[in-house]
Design a protein around this ligand. Structure first.
Ligand code: F6P
Length: 350
C-alpha cells in the first residue's frame, strides 16, 4: 500500500492521514517478523524497563526487535539498529531512555510520516511500538492510517493519557516530588514560612493533586480547576494560621501558575514569609520505583502479546486494576479529568 504513496501524490496522502482510515484489513496483514520500538516526547522513569520488556518478550516470541533512536525524528532519518535481549540487561533500574527521545516537528507533516513509514519498510519493521504520550500516539496513528501497524505504550510522568488510568513514570515522579516537599516542609516549619512548590504538569494536575494529598499540602492548584486567589489561597492560609498553624505548603502544577508569582502574592496578602521552589526536570529523572518497573515490564510484554495475537493498532492501557488494550483511534478520542470531588477530598485532608 505504501508504494502508492510517494512525495508526488502528497494530497492523497494528506487526506488518507486525515481520515479515520481503517487501514489494512487484519486478514491481509503480512506475518510480523520485525518489531521497532521508540520513545517519544518527554522522558519518564521506566521507559528503559519498557524497551527491555519489548526486547525480551519480542525475543521470546521469535521476533527481531529494532531500537529507533530519538523518537520519530530518528525514525524518518533511519537511526535504527537491532537490539538483542542481552543488550537490554542492566537497563531495568535506569532512569531516562537509552534510545533517547525527541519531539519531532517533521513528523507532524505528511511528508515526515511517509518518510517514517518508508524507513520501517527499509529496516523490516512490520509493527512499530511507540512509548510516549498522546502527542506521540497521534504520530503513531498517522503511521497506522497509511499501513504501518503500531502499538502504543503509555510513557509520561503526567498521567495525562485519557485512555489509561496509569502511565509509566508517574509513580517515580510523584515519589521524587514527595521526598523533596517533605524536606521543604522541614525548613518551612523551622522558619514559620509558606513554601510554594511548582511541580510538573503543563496541562494536568495529577502529580500536584496526589503529591498534595501525600504531603498534607494546605493548598493545591491545578490547571483543570480555575481558582480564585483570595478564597482558594489566601483564605485557606489565614484559616490555617488562625487555627494554630505556623507553616504552610502550597503546591502548584506548572499549568496553573508560577511558584514565584504565587509566593510573592501570598506574602503580600498575608504577611507570611513565603519561598518558591520549582522542582522542574528533577521529577523526570531517577531510578524507577517498583510500581513503574513492574508496570513498564508487564505493559511491554502485553504490547508484544498484542502483536503475537494479531491485535494491531492498539494502545496498552491500565483500567479497573488490570493491563489491557484499546483501539488507537478510540483511545485518542477519549478524555479524562480531575473531578470536583477529588479536589474536595484533598481540601478535607489539608
Ligand atoms: O513530561 C511531561 C512534562 O513533564 C510536562 O509536565 C512539562 O510541561 C513538559 O514535560 C516539559 O518538557 P520539556 O521541558 O522537555 O519540554
Amino acid at each position: 500500500m505504501l508504494d502508492e504513496y510517494s512525495a508526488t501524490n502528497l494530497p492523497n496522502l494528506k487526506s488518507m492521514i486525515a481520515q479515520n482510515y481503517d487501514n489494512v484489513p487484519q486478514s491481509q496483514v503480512p506475518p510480523v517478523r520485525g518489531i521497532g520500538v521508540l520513545t517519544s516526547g518527554g522522558d519518564a522513569p521506566g521507559m528503559n524497563a519498557t524497551i527491555r520488556a519489548v526486547a525480551r518478550a519480542g525475543a521470546h516470541y521469535g521476533y527481531r526487535v529494532f531500537g529507533v533512536t530519538r523518537g520519530f525524528h530518528g525514525l524518518w532519518k533511519g537511526e535504527i539498529e537491532e537490539i538483542t535481549k542481552r543488550e537490554v540487561s542492566e537497563k531495568l533500574q535506569r532512569g531516562g531512555t537509552f534510545l533517547m527521545t525527541a519531539r519531532s516537528k517533521t513528523f507532524e507533516t505528511p511528508e515526515g510520516v511517509l518518510k517514517g513509514a518508508k524507513m520501517c519498510k527499509v529496516f523490516g519493521i512490520d509493527v512499530l511500538v511507540v512509548i510516549g504520550g498522546d502527542g506521540s500516539y497521534r504520530g503513531a496513528r498517522d503511521l497506522a492510517r497509511i499501513g504501518i501497524p503500531v502499538i502504543g505504550l503509555p510513557g509520561t510522568i503526567d498521567n495525562d493519557i485519557a485512555s489509561t488510568e496509569y502511565t509509566i513514570g508517574y509513580d517515580t515522579a510523584m515519589n521524587t516530588a514527595m521526598e523533596a516537599i517533605d524536606k521543604l516542609r522541614d525548613t518551612a516549619s523551622s522558619h514559620e514560612r509558606c513554601s510554594v512548590i511548582e511541580v510538573m504538569g503543563r496541562r494536568a494536575g495529577y502529580i500536584a493533586l496526589n503529591v498534595g494529598i501525600a504531603t498534607g499540602a494546605e493548598v493545591v492548584l491545578i490547571p483543570e480547576h480555575p481558582y480564585d486567589f483570595d478564597t482558594d489561597v489566601v483564605k485557606l492560609i489565614l484559616d490555617g494560621r488562625n487555627a494554630g498553624k505556623h507553616h504552610y505548603i502550597v503546591i502548584v502544577a506548572e499549568g496553573a501558575g508560577k511558584a514565584t508569582d504565587i509566593a510573592e502574592r501570598i506574602e503580600e496578602a498575608t504577611g507570611i514569609e513565603s519561598r518558591p521552589t520549582i522542582l522542574g526536570h528533577l521529577q523526570r529523572g531517577g531510578s524507577p520505583t517498583l510500581r513503574d518497573r513492574t508496570m513498564a515490564s508487564l505493559m511491554g510484554v502485553h504490547a508484544v502479546e498484542c502483536i503475537n495475537s494479531g491485535r494491531l493498532n492498539r494502545l496498552v492501557i491500565f483500567k479497573d486494576g488490570r493491563i489491557t488494550d484499546v483501539d488507537i483511534e478510540e483511545g485518542l478520542k477519549m478524555t479524562k479529568t480531575i473531578s470536583e470531588a477529588e479536589m474536595e477530598r484533598a481540601k478535607i485532608l489539608s
